[in-house]
Design a protein around this ligand. Sequence first.
Ligand code: ZN
Length: 209
Amino acid sequence: MICTDIHTHRPEAYPLERTVRSLSLSEVRGMPLKPDIGLASVGIHPWKVGSYYENDIEQLKVWIGRDWVRLVGECGLDKYASASYKLQLYFFRKQIELAEQFCKPMIIHCVGYYNELFALRKEMKPAQKWILHGFRGKPQLAEQALKAGCDLSFGELFNKDTIRITPVEHLFVETDESKLSIDDIYQMIAEIKDCKAEELNAGEKLLNC
Ligand SMILES: [Zn+2]
């Protein structure tokens, strides 16, 4: 079984063609045009927005335009980040616009600002997927997210009942910073869904691999 990992920070994650490495703008700066790292997402995380400037968005745009950059993010909104909500929202909106412009799905970090996030999706009506990564919410929050048109990505820690109610076509799997392999996480989720791991293939479709 070869499972697709849509979000990881682990340098040793594999295989390259099915693993989306999450990189910050500062991590990709100085990389060659086509680095030997497989697929990636590039974005400005809400924890880091304070160290970027408005004109960094122009630079981000150049990276997002590259074909090995498959997702925009991780980016989003976090109640516990040091930057103000206003500043976080500014950078998040800019990244939503880039995702739309380049037709690339988003990998989103959201803590404590779900209502704001859902309202934003309603307002901006994006065509691209918004995948809420590392989702640990209860079924009620998952239902709201799905109703708002978001997708959910699960890692090592999750709510079992939430997995049960998430349709497989909206369910993604990731390692993020976990020490478990992506195959192990697929296996855990497949057992709860009472299906085979290969039936959880939303990530594969997303990346067309
Ligand atoms: Zn992450």
